[in-house]
Every structure is written in structure tokens, then in C-alpha cells.
Design a protein around this ligand. Structure first.
Ligand SMILES: [Zn+2]
Length: 510
């Protein structure tokens, strides 16, 4: 999948009728936790454009065909997801008629342009107000260039989410209450949604649209600082990492007084400058003191930016900051970069200031020998490093990687109370942490069972096993798959189910 070309999409920020102009109500939906892209996140109704969207004649739109197509897309998505018809003429339809129209559309009996034409309905640009275009950060498996539109809920219509594969629920909520729910760590929202909620919470003032468009991200500038949770900034940087990922997430965790930087991993100068600029901003504008660079593990895509960041701090702020990591990470990193402080398992890293942020370090080896996760029990944030990632898969490559340790680490993560979000080393935040960890454990055990079966059936080398088990993997990835198979064989051997003969071949035992 090419993650570099974002697809056009539209979303509607629907305002309730006769809403309080000082704290307007908007209609937000919860995406199904099972979705690969931003599962469990709160969002506005919307989605990707379809080719027939452009066939709709949108009134009062001049000859801006791109805008017309996106307005058509916005109205269609709104209709499909909530049954609400943002089209002139819809006021003459009964609830039953609208339901049967929706059925026509969903069953494919009529296309969107046919349906509008057949019932004399008109999508009118005057019913929508453009509120910015946001591009999904490049760390995501799917990327969108999303056009946001404000619209008023038509009289005699109510949006409704039936709860299906894509959307779990939908409801009206005061914009201020929605922001407060985010502040209380109760919901996950993507950057444009948070911006929209904060903007609408400022009231339906004359400068509303101006406020919407006041940030560069609303004009397709890449979003760099992603605050999935208050005080936890995710800052993806481009790295030579394992495909399909193209970026590694650095995290900047801050209180009112100081901040930590986790995994500055980019070897590229432009990306190092981008991260340094963010750090510089926090120091100069936020009056915050950088405290430490903390590493989840030793892999190059998590550590390659340490020296450049410290060189920047020395040059512009007169001091370097310590690098902290697990003892085994320090051992593996000898000669590459210094580790100034060892982080012990179960150690508490507390930030001075407000809010009280206390990260517990969890020694969680398996993907790498010195791997650490960091858990903030008060707000449920688990920084999962490369143990569980937002998309793609985790490679266990012996001997730095170890399958027995890895499964143990996953189970330890699974046993933590009150985890509400995973902030992974790659990809977006994970809103359903326990399901995700279970999925990882199940996947590994299934793979192990299949490997054991093919060994029992006579396969005796990693290459033979890969050919039988990794049928979904391209031959280019077979070398990597062989490493993963060796990790499983190592565990099966330790479990007494497989033996390695002196010639290197594997046989099943018993
Ligand atoms: Zn790694």
C-alpha cells in the first residue's frame, strides 16, 4: 500500500438546531474498535470520496468542481452513516421515504447522483461552510486529505447511527463537554477533530471560520505534534524502519515544568531539525525544562537522532541532557551512543509540576533484550515501544529477540490494570489495548502451532517451514520470516516439543 498519496475524503461537523451559541452541540460518532484505521476513535461522520460524487451538480458552487465533488461526498457520507439528508428538497420527504432512499443507495439500486436526481434533491454549497483540509500524518497505514465542512442540522431530521461494522455509536455533545472528555483521558480523537471541538467550544462567533483556518494544519500542512492524550505528544519522524512502516514515533511527555523525550529515532537531518524545533518551542514558549532522553530499546530507528538532539540542546540551550535506558540496551549500544543512566524494571519516573505524571518502567524484553514499556496508571497510557505497534507486525529476531520473553512481556502488559490506550513506536494510538494485546498473543500461538505441525509433518529447516507456513508473505520477506521461525523453534525447543539435531535440522519430539 502506498501511504504517501493521501486519498480525498470529506467530513461534516454537524451543529444541532437551536443550539446554545456559547457552547454549541455537535454530532460525533465512535468508530468501531475493530477498524484498522483509528479504531475506537471519536470522529465526525465522513469518509472517502467515490467516483460518482463528482457527477452530482452542486448548486451555488460556481465552477469549482473539486469543491463540488467534496460537498457531494460529504452529503453522501452523512446520509449513509446517519440517515441525515443534507440536500434541498429533503424537507418534503417523510422519515419512511428517507429510510427507503437510504436502502436504495446502500443496496446499489440507485447511485447517489441518480437518487438525488430522481427525487429532485439538490446539494447546495450554501448549506456548508468550509472549515479546513487536514492530511493524515504519514505514520498511518491509510492516509486521507480530508475536507471539513460545518453544516446545520436541518429541521425535522435527526442523525442516527445504527451501530454497524464501521461506526459503533453517535450522539450530540456540547463541544466543551467533548473537549473535557478528552482532557479527562476518556476519549481518543485525531488532531483535526480535537481542533474542531476546541474551535466550536469557543462559541459560534463571527470569527468562527477564521479560528478554524488559523492553524497551518488546516491548510494541508503536515500535522507533526499529535496529542492523542493530554500531555503526551506523539511526534512521528521518518526513519529507515521495517515496511510497511515509514516512521517511528518519538514521544514528548510534559508537565507544567519539564518534559521527557522518548525515542528520537530519525537519522535524517530534516527530521532531526523538525523534532529539535518542537523541543525548542517547548523550552522557549512553554518554559519547560527538557529532562532526559529515554529509550524503549536499542534498534537504530529508535535511537539515531539522540546525538543530533543533544548537539542542538548544547548549541542553543547550553547543555546536553542525559540518555536513560535499560542496562541491556546500554550493553548493546556500546560504541554507538552513551547511556548515562540505567532504568530499572518497575522504576517510577515522575515529572515535577502539573499534572502529576508518573511513568512506571516495565522491563519487557522479547523484541529486543533491553526493551522497556512505560505505564502511566493514573490515566491509562501505556507506551508500548515495539512490543505492540499501531500497524504492521513485530519482528522477533534471535538472539536479540526471544519468543519466550516476548510472550511473557505481552502477558505482563495484558495483566496491567486500567490500560486505556497504547502509544506505540509505530502507527497511531491503539484505543482497544486489551483486545490488541490478546490478538498479538493469539497470533503468535497460532503461528507456533502451525510451525509445530509442519515440523511433525517432516519439515526440518527454517526455509522449509517458511515455505509451508508463511504462504501469505512475498519471497522477498522470506529471510526475515526465517528469523521469526527460528524464534518460534527456539521456544518450541525450550518447551520440549522440538529438538535440533547436530546437523542443524529440526525434528519434533514425542
Ligand atoms: Zn525495534
Amino acid at each position: 500500500m502506498n501511504s504517501s498519496v493521501p486519498k480525498d475524503a470529506a467530513a461534516v461537523i454537524l451543529l444541532r438546531q437551536n443550539t446554545d451559541p456559547n457552547n454549541p452541540e455537535v454530532f460525533w460518532v465512535r468508530r468501531s474498535p475493530k477498524l484498522v484505521f483509528l479504531g475506537g476513535f471519536y470522529a465526525f461522520p465522513g469518509g472517502q470520496t467515490e467516483s460518482s460524487d463528482a457527477e452530482v451538480v452542486v448548486t451555488n458552487c460556481g465552477d469549482d468542481r473539486a469543491l463540488a465533488a467534496m460537498l457531494s461526498c460529504a452529503a453522501r457520507e452523512m446520509f449513509e452513516e446517519t440517515g441525515l439528508l443534507l440536500a434541498r428538497g429533503s424537507e418534503t420527504l417523510t422519515i419512511g421515504q428517507r429510510a427507503s432512499l437510504l436502502d436504495d443507495l446502500e443496496s446499489g439500486r440507485m447511485s447517489w447522483p441518480e437518487l438525488l436526481g430522481h427525487y429532485g434533491l439538490q446539494v447546495d454549497a450554501n448549506d456548508f461552510t468550509f472549515a479546513g483540509r487536514w492530511v493524515t500524518p504519514p505514520f498511518a497505514p491509510r492516509r486521507f486529505d480530508t475536507w471539513f465542512f460545518l453544516a446545520n442540522c436541518p429541521s425535522k431530521q435527526e442523525p442516527q447511527v445504527s451501530g454497524d461494522a464501521e461506526l459503533e455509536s453517535g450522539e450530540w455533545i456540547g463541544a466543551r463537554q467533548a473537549v473535557e472528555r478528552w482532557e479527562r483521558n476518556e476519549v481518543l480523537v485525531a488532531p483535526p477533530v480535537l481542533h474542531a471541538l476546541k474551535t466550536v467550544a469557543g462559541g459560534l462567533t463571527d470569527d468562527l471560520v477564521e479560528r478554524f483556518l488559523s492553524v497551518p494544519e488546516a491548510h494541508r500542512e503536515p500535522t507533526r505534534r499529535i496529542e492523542f492524550r493530554p500531555n503526551y505528544i506523539c511526534f512521528p519522524v521518518r526513519t529507515p524502519t521495517k515496511p510497511p512502516a515509514t516512521h517511528t514515533n518519538a514521544y514528548l511527555i510534559y508537565s507544567s515544568e519539564e518534559f521527557l523525550i522518548i525515542d528520537p529515532g530519525s537519522p535524517y537531518e530534516d527530521e532531526q531539525i523538525a523534532l529539535a524545533t518542537c523541543v525548542d518551542d517547548m523550552i522557549r514558549k512553554g518554559w519547560l525544562a527538557p529532562r532526559e532522553i529515554i529509550l524503549t530499546h536499542v534498534h537504530p530507528d529508535h535511537v539515531a537522532g539522540i546525538e543530533s538532539l543533544n548537539a542542538f540542546l548544547e548549541k542553543h540551550h547550553g547543555r546536553r541532557i542525559p540518555v536513560a535506558a535499560h542496562r541491556l540496551t546500554a550493553e548493546s549500544s556500546k560504541g554507538q551512543f552513551p547511556v548515562d543512566r540505567f532504568i530499572e524494571d518497575d522504576e517510577l519516573i515522575a515529572l515535577d509540576g502539573y499534572p502529576p505524571i508518573k511513568l512506571r518502567a516495565l522491563f519487557t524484553p522479547g523484541h529486543a533484550r533491553g526493551h522497556l514499556c512505560f505505564y502511566d496508571e493514573a490515566n491509562g497510557v501505556l507506551i508500548s515501544g515495539d512490543n505492540v505497534v499501531g500497524f504492521g507486525s513485530v519482528l522477533i529476531d534471535p538472539t536479540d529477540g526471544n519468543m519466550i520473553d516476548y510472550l511473557g512481556s505481552l502477558r505482563r502488559m495484558r495483566s496491567l490494570p486500567n490500560v486505556t490506550v497504547l502509544l506505540p513506536g509505530h502507527g497511531p494510538a491503539v484505543a482497544n489495548p486489551y483486545d490488541k494485546i490478546d490478538e498479538y498473543i493469539t497470533h503468535r500461538l497460532e503461528r507456533e502451532a502451525r510451525i509445530l505441525k509442519v515440523v511433525r509433518d517432516g519439515a526440518s529447516t527454517a526455509a522449509e517451514i517458511v515455505a509451508h507456513v508463511y504462504t501469505d508473505v512475498s519471497p522477498k520477506a522470506h529471510a526475515m520470516a526465517e528469523r521469526a521461525v527460528l524464534a518460534h523453534l527456539e521456544k518450541l525447543e525450550a518447551d520440549g516439543l522440538v529438538n535440533q539435531k547436530p546437523n542443524g535440522d529440526f525434528v519434533s519430539v514425542g
